[in-house]
Design a protein. Structure first.
Length: 171
């Protein structure tokens, strides 16, 4: 954690675009929002001025849009709703095809793969509506991650795990 904080303060942690991470947007509700918000407020005087922290305290699309636009005004891509509202509890291993596509470039970069190869695996792990009419198309993330691991073992690439994790914080 100390290393992460140092890299953020120094501006040496780069996101998927290659730019230094200078803005963090925390998404949460209730205690998941209140605790971090209170810590940021309490430590405001000691904060690094070039690192800004924003909050989206609920799933209100206007609150989220404001926080994301402040974080990266040039990024006009829409964030798929399930990347914001899903609990990540592990009970449902699925995300939407849009959520998978949103992450293709970052995953390809982290694994040293061509984005078209990652897209092909996403397509292989996308299932349609049940009985052709029920539900929405979805990607089984567990199966997709296992396939990605089989195709590109992160330990065998030149990208270390910390750098791969770092890429998910900015796009």
């Amino acid at each position: 954690m100390r290393g992460l904080a140092t890299r953020l303060r120094e501006g040496s942690w780069r996101g998927a675009t290659g730019r230094a991470i200078d803005r963090i947007v925390h998404l949460g509700t209730g205690g998941s929002d209140l605790g971090p918000r209170l810590v940021v407020d309490a430590l405001a005087e000691a904060a690094t001025p070039k690192l800004r922290v924003g909050f989206a305290a609920n799933v209100d699309p206007l609150d989220l849009e404001r926080a994301l636009r402040e974080a990266d005004p040039a990024n006009q891509r829409a964030v798929p709703v399930d990347l914001v509202t899903a609990s990540a509890s592990g009970l449902d291993p699925h995300i939407s095809p849009a959520a998978a596509e949103y992450q293709v470039a970052r995953v390809a970069k982290a694994r040293g793969a061509d984005p078209s190869e990652v897209r092909a695996l996403v397509a292989q792990h996308t299932v349609g509506r049940q009985l052709g009419v029920l539900g929405e198309p979805r990607v089984n993330v567990l199966e997709l991650n296992l396939a990605l691991d089989a195709a590109w073992d992160l330990r065998q690439t030149s990208v270390d795990a910390e750098q791969a994790i770092g890429g998910r914080h900015a796009s």
